[in-house]
Design a protein. Structure first.
Length: 113
């Protein structure tokens, strides 16, 4: 689970840990290093708020861009059919016939105009 939370997600370009706590996770290899900054409580809170707000804004932008790309990809593959009056169409048969195995029943009813 820690590996999932510390890996960068494609959609947000952040780790889940970073979005939740506002800083990168300390890995066992980085514990031996000395802390880079010494904060007072007020400085730490202000810095944390700033980091969280900026990371949320950036992640939100990345999510919106990913949604737009996904929609564009979906719209490229979709084929919409336009029907005219008196076209023959098949109607999907959801229920099948009574007392028969649904697997063996035809999926569509005969063509209807």
């Amino acid at each position: 689970m820690f590996n999932y939370n510390t890996s960068i997600h494609k959609t947000t370009n952040f780790t889940a840990y970073e979005l939740l706590f506002g800083f990168k996770a300390y890995l066992p290899s980085s514990i031996t290093q000395e802390p880079k900054f010494h904060y007072t409580y007020d400085d730490y809170i202000n810095s944390l708020k700033y980091r969280l707000n900026t990371s949320f804004k950036i992640a939100r932008e990345h999510i919106i861009n990913a949604k737009a790309k996904s929609k564009e990809h979906y719209d490229k593959r979709i084929n919409s059919k336009e029907f005219k009056v008196n076209d023959s169409v098949y109607i999907y048969n959801k229920q099948g016939k009574v007392n028969l195995c649904k697997k063996l029943c035809p999926n569509f009813k005969e063509p209807i105009k």
